[in-house]
Design a protein around this ligand. Sequence first.
Ligand code: ADP
Ligand code: MG
Length: 241
Amino acid sequence: MSKSATKTAAAFRTERVTKVYGSGPSAVHALRGVDLELPSGELVVLLGASGSGKSTLLNILGGVDQASDGTVHFFDDDLTAMSDAQLTRYRRRHVGFVFQFYNLMPSLTARENVELVTEIADDPLDPSEALALVGLQERIDHFPAQLSGGEQQRVAIARAIAKRPTVLFCDEPIGALDSATGRAVLRVLQDVNRNLQTTVLIVTHAAATAAMADRVVHFSDGRIREIVVNEAKKSAEEIEW
Ligand code: ADP
Ligand code: MG
């Protein structure tokens, strides 16, 4: 594939990435050769059946799991050649993660959950600013149990963006939410992408989410089946599922 000089820098470029869990007859081939180029600044949605390898790919791009074979570049850096210490530095500087089940500390307030990250980051947002960005400025001193599922997920997003990550990885971020609440969470992810220029990767079962993406990657059986680039994007409020 040739690249022109004017093309937007790729945040990620993977070549022939495979992932095998285990070995011998019980080996699971989670990724079977993934070639993917993701331009910086996009909102990308990864769709595919359960078990198709979406989380595995996300975890490899996020530096929390390693490819069995192939290469993964983050801009000019080869993640697959990094030492553990270099990968830790990559994650700390550049990566935010959001999961289906929020993973908040129940004994800490919204602000304190965000401070867990801002206290160790180089150039973080102010925790109250991060919480304001997700629309929770009024709930800053509330504990997770005092917040709805959608609000807890927004705290988790505030925590993830508070260190100004280059990339925000979201693994089934609306999987536990009803559609109205899910839309509010998608809205926040769209705002993060637009206003902070963060590259956002969303893994989801909700196929309708594809309409708000710049790029939709369809996965099946450890392989990319199709990539669709949207000419026009919908806003989160227009998405129905
Ligand atoms: P998805 O996120 O699309 O549901 P995953 O990436 O989680 O898919 O999983 C892809 C395949 O790899 C599945 O068959 C899953 O069971 C397997 N798998 C994922 N993680 C592990 C692991 N740590 N050990 C063994 N098999 C795993
Ligand atoms: Mg998964």
